[in-house]
Write a new protein. Structure first.
Length: 362
């Protein structure tokens, strides 16, 4: 963040005051404007105000991250954008139609809002990418390049871009996959994410761009539908269980994959972006772990709440071949060490929360 204080410690002391709940429902920008408890030396603290631009906000992560960012920084300071309008848009929320591959239009968007922070979430995911590999490369790489170039040119202070466990491959360690290891992805999605990581690190070293990233595992959420990924079963299974009492899984019963609950994913993203710059040691992408489980294990957990639930499996689904090259578990020691990452949700609490919330939405 851009702020008047002489060092990052001062800012984070005051961010802790904000996060403590002292200001109630006020956004951080509103709190700055009425900050009687903050030290007198922050008379010009208003200069730390942020302007957030999110590209690709309609997806599974973007829609929920946007809500959290609006709560933190104020609705008027968060601009969401995507290639099509969202299904739900509140009257006071700011949204723009944008194609990340249209660089002139993207330039206009940057110049119109002058963002201090940029979140690039537009991407084609693993299963969909295998159907359209050229389109996946174009969107995932050229879209990233357009954003990186404009962030440098127009002095964006921080950029967030998510990578994925898809960067790993058949020669990567299967258990507790290291931050630094062999990465030989077999899907076009994984190839683009690995190339994107190298671009991010390059732009940081060459242009000093403050870009931050995590390698997301499978994301589980009850609020938004998944977007064409190999780990989508971990959301679909809850919906089908409540609708029909059964689920046919496209992965085998014992395929263990790393997963993360959306609440943890959003919190982890914001904690990474809050961290002082001197604590960020990785500019490609941090490993990020929540938990690992198999389809069989999540099925058993669902049966504890829905005893009549039944589960079967499909043979030879193409997504199985992708999953077989991914890690079963992730070592996220660097994220824990550098910025204090720690997940909160386990399989039992995820299952309970998903079913409780989906009951009223399915």
């Amino acid at each position: 963040m851009q702020f008047i204080a002489h060092n990052a410690t001062f800012f984070h002391e005051n961010l802790q005051i904000y996060n403590s709940g002292y200001f109630g429902e006020k956004s951080i920008n509103e709190a700055i404007d009425c900050c009687p408890i903050l030290p007198k030396k922050c008379a010009n603290f208003v200069s730390m105000k942020e302007r957030i631009l999110m590209i690709g906000s309609n997806g599974q992560i973007g829609s929920e991250l946007a809500t959290a960012l609006r709560r933190r920084f104020g609705t008027e300071n968060v601009i969401t954008s995507d290639i099509r309008e969202p299904t739900v848009l509140k009257e006071d929320e700011i949204f723009e139609i944008i194609n990340v591959l249209d660089k002139p239009a993207l330039t206009d968007l940057f110049e119109k809002y002058k963002p201090t922070q940029l979140y690039l979430l537009a991407a084609m995911l693993s299963a969909t990418g295998e159907k359209y590999p050229q389109k996946a490369w174009d969107l995932n790489i050229n879209g990233l390049l357009n954003v990186l170039d404009l962030a440098v040119e127009l002095d964006v202070k921080k950029v967030f871009w998510p990578s994925s466990i898809a960067v790993f491959g058949p020669h990567s360690p299967k258990q507790n996959t290291d931050q630094y290891c062999v990465m030989d992805p077999v899907s076009i999605y994984g190839v683009t994410k690995l190339a994107g990581e190298r671009l991010c690190e390059y732009y940081h070293h060459k242009y000093k761009l403050d870009i931050r990233s995590v390698r997301f595992p499978g994301i589980i959420s009850w609020k938004t539908a998944p977007g064409g990924g190999t780990t989508d079963y971990a959301v679909d299974i809850f919906i089908e269980a409540l609708k029909y009492g059964r689920y046919t899984c496209f992965l085998s019963a014992n395929t263990a994959l790393p997963m993360l609950y959306m609440e943890d994913a959003v919190r982890g993203t914001m904690e990474l972006m809050d961290a002082p710059v001197e604590q960020i040691s990785i500019r490609s992408s941090y490993n990020l772990a929540g938990l690992s489980f198999t389809p069989s294990e999540i099925g058993k957990e669902i049966k504890k709440i829905l005893p009549n639930f039944e589960m079967s499996y499909v043979d030879d689904d193409p997504r199985q071949a992708i999953a077989d090259t991914w890690p079963a578990s992730i070592d996220d020691a660097y994220a824990r060490r550098d910025w204090g990452w720690k997940p909160k949700f386990d399989l039992e609490s995820i299952t309970e929360d998903m079913i409780a919330n989906l009951k009223t939405n399915v």
